[in-house]
Design a protein around this ligand. Structure first.
Ligand code: FAD
Length: 650
């Protein structure tokens, strides 16, 4: 049988994610669904996953999705008749340091808040549940009785079976070779199966291609930033007397443990992770393993033997090394690809694809059905990615680091060490000269705080008061009582210009932007339910030009949001971020500082207005706004022609 010539949705990839999307779309009544798998089902990453199904996630919505997966898998066997191996064995995560203990307790309280049963446990209760564990250095931990483990391949096949029963068509050994796109719409998917090839015209395409996700994304002109990296585990020979145990995580030793059929599995998330297939994934990859690297794994094993002495006696049956895709921020990519009307992505699962698949598939299917996110999916929305993040050198460094941090302490304010310096403001060198300690967001280097003379310019991470607390306190006090100047060039700046600019922005903004040129309107982009899609200021530059200012990290998503709603409006929507450097001068004495620096009249300069001022030998545009609750201006250099291009009619 060959694939049909038309489908409502074509899903690319027959791993656990593609299966879940197919399952959930068909649950919603989408019967005209086709899934194409280049080799055999599960033959990419899914077949060799360890099968841990945990629910302790870093944010509320991710916890909600992981919880949904666990609940779904619990009922799959009854619904499909396929033994998924799902067992609710529970899990224990233990802390060897006070910092880790604090993190676990925080995660546990969030999990509890979202209905995941969670208990804090001390060493005695840990021994009761896990007698094989050496308690040396164990401070405490958390116990999640409803966490589980399952057989990833069979979970996938069960969802495929259910989807098929509801009308989905699944084709193995059928490779997608191209995606046809006209404007923002994909119109069809080219496939090849041995000597046969064809085209499926489709209304939607879903990229569930795992570590091939970047490559498949490019077929549709869509960046899907991810990189394959190696992931290791061992499985012992059968251990006499070993019976069902909870899953155990010892993140301080980079290790997780799973009992399976009387054998012990030990997996690692080591800090020095290894990227794989930098020149592309071999075309014949199918149920493949990567070469073992025992030297790399040995330090983990040594610690594990100390932690779980029975491992010293157990022979190693399997040393496994398999690839998995990792993203720059350790969150997977889900949703509608920016710039497109019908290209959907669910890829880059950072070694939690099994536990995430149920929730991710449910959320994506509902999003496709409604045309809107079913709830806030900002943590994983593909639109959070900046286009530059698809750069392969960047991905090699950053995705590898992200994998290395999986079992690190996830301290607040933690900065990434690799792939830095992507975007610098014109003032970067001046900030550095004044002791700036840089942080990064969306590729931008920003002065997060300023070290005092002689003070080390380093973060000392922790859960309590930060080592830069006093520095920031001094900045805040200066702005509260005097004046301070800080750099905000990373602000996203979107110029919306054209005869319909006013009508268009008034359609998408909550506030009224039909104001005279030179006025600033603080407003939100609102979705159809009245929810907030973006929080922006809109400055009217002229009769037909506006400047929308938005956070650095959300500029691509906010611009995409505008583009999607443009319709027939005669407007150009252009990113002018790089054309304007921004300095904020804030505090009760801001007026005096500006008056000393510029001949402009800062006494008669009302709040919520913007105007051109002279500064040094040049011109700037000063916006009377405040980000601190005090008097203030944000001044923008005028290297690009951003001021009225047409005379005002108001
Ligand atoms: C060693 C190891 C242990 C793991 N343990 C766990 C765990 O305990 N718990 C957990 O939650 N996660 C775990 N994971 C992660 C989990 O396995 C993955 O996140 C998950 O399998 C990803 O599923 P996927 O469907 O995105 O990718 P895949 O399973 O790789 O599926 C993608 C499919 O797309 C197909 N494809 C690609 N290109 C095309 C094309 N052009 N045309 C048609 N088809 C195409 C591929 O052939 C592939 O089958 C582990 C991973 C590894 C490596």
């Amino acid at each position: 049988m060959t694939p049909p010539t038309h489908a409502r949705a074509v899903i690319i990839g027959g791993g656990v994610i593609g299966a879940s999307v197919a399952w959930h779309l068909t649950k919603l009544g989408w019967t005209d669904v086709v899934l194409l798998e280049r080799k055999r089902l599960t033959s990419g990453t899914t077949w060799h996953a360890a099968g841990l199904i945990g629910q302790l996630r870093a944010t509320a919505n991710m916890t909600r999705l992981a919880r949904y997966s666990a609940e779904l898998y619990g009922g799959l066997e009854a619904e499909t008749g396929i033994a998924t191996g799902f067992r609710q064995v529970g899990s224990i995560s233990v802390a060897l340091t006070e910092a880790r203990h604090e993190e676990l307790l925080r995660l546990a309280s969030m999990a509890r808040a979202f209905g995941v049963p969670t208990e804090e446990v001390g060493p005695t209760e840990i021994t009761d549940r896990y007698p094989h564990l050496n308690l040396d250095g164990v401070i405490g931990g958390v116990w999640l009785p409803t966490d589980g483990q399952g057989d990833p391949a069979n979970i996938t096949l069960a969802m495929i079976k259910g989807a098929r029963q509801r009308g989905a068509q699944v084709f193995e050994n059928t490779r997608v070779t191209g995606i046809r796109r006209t404007g923002d719409r994909v119109t069809g998917v080219d496939w090849e199966a041995g000597e046969t090839s064809g085209l499926i015209a489709c209304d939607h395409v879903v990229n569930c291609a795992g570590m091939w996700g970047r490559e498949v994304g490019l077929m549709a002109g869509v960046p899907v930033p991810l990189q394959a990296c190696e992931h290791f585990y061992i499985v012992t020979e059968p251990i006499a007397g070993l019976t069902q145990l909870p899953v155990l995580r010892v993140p301080d030793e980079c290790a997780y443990y799973k009992e399976d059929a009387g054998k012990m599995m030990l997996g690692a998330f080591e800090p020095n992770a290894k990227p794989w297939a930098l020149d592309g994934i071999p075309a014949d990859f199918e149920f493949d393993e990567l070469p073992p690297d025992f030297d790399h794994f040995e330090p983990i094993l040594e610690n594990a033997i100390h932690r779980m002495p029975m491992l010293a006696e157990a022979g190693i049956h399997t040393f496994f090394n398999g690839p998995e895709s990792f993203t720059p921020d350790n969150a997977y990519h889900l949703g509608l690809a920016p710039g497109t009307a019908n290209v959907w992505v669910a890829a880059g699962f950072n070694s939690v694809g099994i536990q995430s698949a149920g929730g991710a598939g449910m959320a994506l299917a509902q999003w496709m059905e409604d045309g809107a996110q079913p709830f806030d999916l900002g943590d994983v929305d593909i639109a959070r990615m900046q286009p530059f993040q698809n750069n392969r050198r960047y991905l090699k460094d950053r995705a590898t680091e992200a994998l290395g941090l999986l079992y690190a302490d996830h301290f607040p304010y933690r900065q990434k060490a690799t792939a830095r310096g992507v975007r610098r403001s014109p003032l970067h060198h001046l900030l550095e000269a004044h002791g700036a300690v840089m942080g990064e967001i969306a590729g931008w280097e920003r002065a997060n705080w300023f070290a005092a003379p002689g003070q080390e310019r380093e973060y000392r991470y922790g859960w309590g008061r930060q080592n830069w607390f006093e520095n920031t306190a001094a900045e805040v006090a200066a702005i509260r009582t005097g004046v301070g100047m800080y750099e905000m060039s990373s602000f996203g700046k979107i110029r919306v210009e054209g005869p319909d600019a006013e009508a268009f922005l008034n359609r998408v903004c909550g506030n009224d932007v039909a104001v005279p040129p030179g006025r600033i309107v603080y407003t939100q982009f609102l979705n159809a339910k009245g929810g907030i899609a973006a929080d922006v200021t809109v400055t009217r530059l002229s009769e037909d030009a506006y400047l929308v200012v938005t956070p650095a990290a959300t500029r691509p998503a906010d611009q995409d949001w505008l583009e999607r709603r443009r319709g027939e409006a005669r407007v150009a929507i252009v990113d002018v971020t790089a054309g304007e450097a921004v300095l904020a001068v804030m505090g009760p004495r801001a007026r005096a500082v500006l008056a000393a620096a510029s001949p402009g009249d800062f006494d008669r300069f009302p709040f919520g207005t913007a105007r051109e001022i002279e500064l040094g030998l040049g011109l700037a545009r000063a916006h009377r706004v405040s980000y601190v609750g005090e008097l203030g201006w944000a001044g923008r250099s005028m290297s690009a022609p951003t001021w009225p291009s047409t005379p005002s009619r108001r």
